[in-house]
Design a binder for this molecule. Structure first.
Ligand code: FAD
Length: 279
């Protein structure tokens, strides 16, 4: 099947991009890497009359600013994997990006497209939730920030309002031991379950909390904060409690019970790996 005919608009400036996003909020779609959108158009799951090409307008250097790492929306998955600042401060993000699809997808797909696509099994919404990332969205009316854990609302539905675009992602830089883990039936498949963990010090300095985000267990990433130093068995207890708290879907790819079991195993392993990297 082929996509229905559409018009293509290629804004020359960031201002023109915002104007086109507003003008075609109802009948159009932005196109970035095209890795999700074109497949959906070919299957006629979406039928935009107009495509607004992001082109290079949302590209830029990944850089530090005011205590955050700033990642422009046009950043490709492949750039996340190799960028020295991402690798130094957020190795779990680089690791998560390396699990996305195949090399062609990673070379074309963007972080902004991945977030706006709002796939509940996407690696990036999950890991950004664990790292307390914020999504900066923009429209002709200005900008606002949305906490990563609130950005995916349900299956393929994000917190973007009509006419808004993802401009950049900001992640607070702090020494936070972290880990990412996922299980997929074959390399390159979407994960059945994925887990991102960041270890945070308790505010009183005593004890450490594991911030755990899971993807593939519901209609959006689920986030849990668990004390992992209270008892010798705290890690196993946290993993069991989190697995019991999620309600994974039952579908042709896996049963709910299997996903729950995967969640327990992956959470336990990821917390242990992150703790091993903490001091
Ligand atoms: P596009 O396809 O261009 O757009 C996707 C959606 O986002 C569209 O609705 C578009 O309008 C919107 N959009 C794009 N940019 C913006 C913006 N800046 N602001 C607002 N809206 C915007 N993803 C995973 O997470 N894990 C996987 O394992 C995985 N495997 C894949 C395997 C294959 C074979 C393929 C084809 C894709 C796979 N993907 C996977 C999806 C991939 O990560 C896509 O790159 C990503 O979901 C979308 O990014 P994109 O830049 O290609 O966006």
């Amino acid at each position: 099947m082929r996509a229905e005919p559409f018009d293509l608009i290629e804004p020359a400036t960031y201002g023109e991009l915002l104007a086109a996003a507003r003008q075609h909020a109802e009948d159009g779609k932005l196109i970035a890497g095209g890795q999700s959108l074109l497949a959906m158009m070919n299957l006629r799951l979406v039928r935009p009359a107009v495509l607004v090409a992001v082109g290079a307008l949302l590209d830029g250097e990944i850089h530090a600013d005011a205590g955050d790492l700033v990642i422009p929306a046009g950043t490709r998955h492949a750039a996340l994997i190799r960028d020295p600042l991402v690798r130094r401060h957020f190795p779990s993000l680089a690791d998560a990006a390396s699990h996305i699809g195949n090399i062609r997808v990673r070379n074309r797909g963007t972080i902004g497209g991945s977030l706006a696509h709002a796939d509940a099994t996407g690696e990036l919404p999950c890991v950004l939730a664990a790292l307390r990332g914020r999504i900066v969205v923009a429209s002709l009316d200005g900008e606002r920030e949305i906490a990563a854990e609130k950005f995916v609302i349900s299956w393929f539905t994000s917190a973007l309002e009509p006419g808004e675009i993802v401009r950049e992602v900001r992640i607070p830089i702090r020494r936070s031991p972290q880990a990412f883990a996922e299980f997929a039936r074959r390399t390159g498949d979407f994960a059945l379950v994925e887990v991102a963990v960041a270890i945070e010090r308790a505010q009183d300095g005593a004890g450490r909390t594991a911030r755990v985000a899971l993807g593939g267990v519901g209609e959006r990433p689920e986030v849990f904060d668990r004390d992992v130093t209270a008892t010798p068995d705290a890690v196993s207890e946290a993993a069991e409690a989190i697995a019991a708290a999620v309600d994974p879907p039952d579908d042709h790819r896996a049963t709910s019970a299997f996903r729950r079991e995967l969640a327990a195993v992956l959470v336990r392993g990821a917390i242990a790996k992150a703790l091993a990297g903490s001091t």
